[in-house]
Ligand binder design. Structure first.
Ligand SMILES: NC(=O)c1ccc[n+]([C@@H]2O[C@H](COP(=O)([O-])OP(=O)(O)OC[C@H]3O[C@@H](n4cnc5c(N)ncnc54)[C@H](O)[C@@H]3O)[C@@H](O)[C@H]2O)c1
Ligand SMILES: [Zn+2]
Length: 380
């Protein structure tokens, strides 16, 4: 027998900036700080909605590169923003084609600017071309700045299933530039808050209480509170990956609290319901279930539900309607969740605010009752 054993270290910075590409406002050379060598090539992949919302962006980037020690390869590749970027392999193909045409190699950089969906698609293309090209992310939504963009995963949907194709590929660096968030719709702004509530619920009661006491300010997109929310949430994510199981080889995935039903709901809605919206519903559903199981107290359940309502999250969707019989489809999300991970079914629930607990089985009947309770809660 020959035993192979090696370790690979991964490290990447997450910077917080403002108006990154505007040289008048931002004098710092973060690319150099990241250790990027002079003459390196950059290929840009940008979310179409970010491009339309920022008329100046492409020219600012071009100007930035004219005055820099780096080279911009070809024109910016624009791919449709939102989940559609992950639902069609053509978009990945478009990025791969540009990689080939512009001779982007392993010493070059793919820079993705966009929401979580575009980052996932671009990160996937970067990971599979030449077995992995370095990639930099500029997340442009609250959700991607505090959650998906700072993590190590990418992927696209395939066979109608969320993230069926994808890899674990840590980014070279992440740059959370606040100025991008200004053009975000209220709907997408809100979506990011649900992932922050998630980390509060499973890991950090103080953070949950921070969100609770600042809910009104978040409804008004208060900048200072939002910056704090993003920083803390990103920090918890990064720490979690470093101390846990970043490439998810075990059964446990605590950061997927509320996600088994969320992913299914997104799919049932034809991806009309946003990830953050579905996660808010999914977390409440699992909290109601945990309460029915005797794990979570009535009082704590009420706090969770109230916070979601205060932040105007919808907790019941027609796709979950019991009468149509579609509820079984929602429940089939449990099985799909297990299949995606492999191994034993492991679902994170909460036993207290700030404390998650893993369970390995879900009582279907009780979960259906939880869905009914969610509907009643909305009827009231
Ligand atoms: N890789 C991971 O670990 C991970 C984790 C969580 C979620 N995700 C994925 O992230 C995706 C959700 O990401 P999201 O919540 O960022 O939504 P999104 O990428 O779907 O973006 C939402 C909408 O906002 C637009 N947009 C983005 N930035 C904008 C800006 N600055 N101004 C105006 N419009 C803007 C997009 O074009 C899109 O229409 C899902 O596909 C989800 O599966 C991945
Ligand atoms: Zn999520």
């Amino acid at each position: 027998v020959i035993l192979q054993n090696f370790k690979v270290d991964f490290a990447y910075p997450v910077y917080f900036t403002d108006s990154f590409f505007d040289r008048e406002k931002n004098k710092e050379d973060i690319f150099a700080k990241c250790g990027i060598e002079r003459g390196s090539k950059f290929l840009f992949v940008i979310d179409s909605n970010v491009v339309s919302a920022n008329a100046q962006l492409t020219s600012l980037i071009e100007k930035y590169f004219e005055l820099s020690q780096y080279e911009m390869a070809g024109e910016v590749v624009v791919i449709p923003g939102g989940e559609s970027s992950k639902n069609n392999f053509d978009h990945v193909n478009k990025i791969l084609t540009a990689i080939d045409q512009h001779k982007i190699d392993r010493h070059s950089y793919i820079v993705a600017i966009g929401g979580g969906a575009v980052l996932d698609a671009a990160g996937f293309a970067a990971a599979i071309a030449h077995r992995g090209i370095r990639h930099l992310r500029f997340p442009t939504t609250v959700l991607s700045q505090n959650d998906s963009g700072v993590g190590v995963k990418n992927g696209i949907n395939y066979f109608g299933k969320k993230n069926f194709l994808g890899t674990f590929a840590p980014p070279f660096a992440v740059i959370n530039d606040y100025s991008f968030l200004k053009t975000l719709s209220d709907r997408d702004f809100r979506c990011g808050i649900s992932e922050a509530i998630k980390v509060g619920l499973i890991k950090d009661k103080t953070f949950f209480e921070f969100i609770e006491s600042n809910a009104e300010k978040l409804n008004h997109r208060d900048e200072e509170v939002t910056r704090q929310l993003i920083f803390r949430c990103a920090e918890i994510h990064v720490q979690h990956n470093a101390s846990g199981d970043p490439f998810e080889q075990g059964n446990s995935r605590p950061l997927d609290y509320g996600h088994w039903s969320a992913h299914k709901l997104e799919q049932l809605s034809g991806f009309n319901i946003r990830h953050g919206e579905a996660v808010a519903m999914g977390m409440c559903l699992d909290a109601v279930y945990a309460n029915k199981k005797g794990l979570l107290s009535d009082h704590e359940l009420m706090r969770v539900v109230l916070l979601m309502k205060k932040l105007q999250f919808k907790l019941f969707f027609p796709e979950m309607d019991l009468k149509s019989g579609i509820q079984n489809k929602l429940l089939s999300g449990l099985q799909e969740f297990r299949e995606h991970l492999g191994g034993e079914l492991t679902i994170m629930l909460i036993e207290k605010i700030g404390k998650g607990i893993e369970v390995h089985e879900v009582e279907e009947k009780l979960m259906l009752e939880a869905i009914v309770t969610m509907k009643k809660g909305t009827d009231n």
